[in-house]
Design a protein around this ligand. Structure first.
Ligand code: TRP
Ligand code: SF4
Length: 398
């Protein structure tokens, strides 16, 4: 297990498709092996844009969780939960809103962009402006060290870092933290002495290894609560203690998975194959894919570079099959239906285990609810620890 704490989320806005699978979910499945992961259904975020008709949110939540599980998320390893089932998100959102300057939110590129693009919705609301504040609360509640997101979400994680810094700046300095930390080290005995030595090595010689070791010793200490651990972290670096931790972005590379028409796969373009698409429908959709427009007749030569089908081969096919397409297409040696056949087989084969895993949950909806209940419980526990610190910092009753 690495020391990383990972949080990410998805808005429930409809069925997931192969773009989500290749772009996001495979990445999540890999991360759950090595880190403490929290994966969240961001239903409150969905509400910021779908507030006029929230029915799509309700109907998408369970399908989405089943898609996650079918992709291989393991509820024994990762906490899978629903944002609105953890009221601490709303609570921290409110607390953070006190210190967040309006100008930071108005400057977020996605803000104006979405307002002008989604003309069928009135997004001139307080809730929508606060979207990045809510997202910051999601991240900071779990003291996440890494946030896997796509490129479009980077500005939101940046704002999260700025909000954390500002919050710590206002409330993060205990006036007597140095005394408190020294007393704590003394209480810790031998380990405390070791930490003090490593701290000196770091502060005097910039020894990064010593810093790491000191952190590890603090993390591994029993009988030291999380508030005290924070205090020690701050002390080791002479920074005062921080209440909220700045996360790093872990950029999820754009998936190579294109849509059926060659554009990005997206529900709004109507060019998707869903993660649990009926095999007949997979076949029908791939057969209907547009090809190199210059290839009108079977006898016309084609150019894979100008063909969306080739992009699918890049994701799904072996070197051998790709070579076959590359040599046969330009001399009209194969027809487009021939070319599409191995893709139909690959997509259907890829979906087979996804269907199988999903079936268990479709047969037993109570099991899915149980998983989410358990995940939300785990999330609430972690979130409450942070909220206690935040409340104390703001002078609110704990
Ligand atoms: N805004 C994200 C998206 O639309 C979803 C999300 C909500 C999220 N809260 C998050 C992602 C926290 C990462 C961390 O994709
Ligand atoms: Fe596209 Fe394949 Fe047809 Fe060539 S043979 S145009 S790559 S579908």
């Amino acid at each position: 297990m690495s020391q990383d704490i990972i949080l990410s989320g998805m808005r429930p806005t409809g069925k997931l498709h192969l773009g989500h699978y290749h772009g996001v979910l495979k990445n999540w499945v890999a991360m759950q092996q090595t880190s403490q992961c929290y994966f969240m259904v961001a239903d409150l975020h969905a509400l910021t844009t779908a507030y006029e008709d929230p029915s799509i949110i309700k109907s998408s939540i369970w399908d989405m969780v089943i898609d996650w599980l079918a992709a291989g998320l393991d509820p024994e390893k990762a906490a899978i939960f629903i944002q609105s089932k953890v009221p601490q998100h709303a609570e921290l959102h409110l607390a953070l809103s006190m210190v967040t300057p309006l100008s930071w939110l108005e400057r977020v590129p996605t803000y104006k962009d979405q307002i002008t693009k989604l003309t069928d919705k009135d997004l001139g609301t307080y809730g929508f402006l606060g979207y990045p504040v809510l997202m910051s609360a999601d991240i900071l509640l779990y003291r996440a060290t890494k946030v896997p997101v796509g490129e479009d979400q980077i500005p939101h994680v940046e704002i999260c870092r700025e909000i954390a810094r500002r919050f710590n700046h206002f409330y993060g300095k205990e006036p007597n933290y140095e005394e408190l930390a020294q007393a704590l080290l003394k209480k810790m005995g031998k380990v405390g002495k070791e930490i003090a030595k490593l701290r000196t090595a770091y502060l005097q010689n910039g020894d990064e290894d010593a810093l790491k070791q000191a952190h590890q010793l603090v993390l591994a200490s029993q009988n030291v609560n999380s508030e005290e651990k924070n205090r020690l972290f701050g002390f080791i670096e002479n920074k005062g203690r921080s209440i909220l931790y700045e996360p790093e972005v872990s950029l999820t590379k754009a998936s190579k998975m294109p849509g059926l028409d060659g554009a990005k796969m997206s529900k709004s373009y109507g060019n998707t194959i869903t993660m649990r698409e009926d095999p007949q429908s997979v076949s029908k959709k791939i057969r209907a894919m547009p090809t190199d427009p210059a290839r009108v007749r079977r006898t016309d030569p084609g150019d894979p570079e100008k063909c969306p089908v080739w992009q699918f081969h890049l994701v799904y096919s072996s070197e051998e099959t790709k070579q076959w397409v590359k040599t046969e297409c330009p001399k009209a040696g194969i027809g487009c239906i021939d070319c599409k056949q191995p893709l139909i087989e690959s997509v259907v084969a890829e979906q087979q285990p996804i269907f199988e895993r999903a079936q268990k949950y479709l047969d037993n909806p109570a099991l899915v609810q149980e998983i989410v209940l358990m995940g939300s419980e785990k999330a609430r526990k972690a979130a409450q620890t942070t909220m206690n610190d935040v409340r104390a910092a703001l002078g609110l009753e704990v």
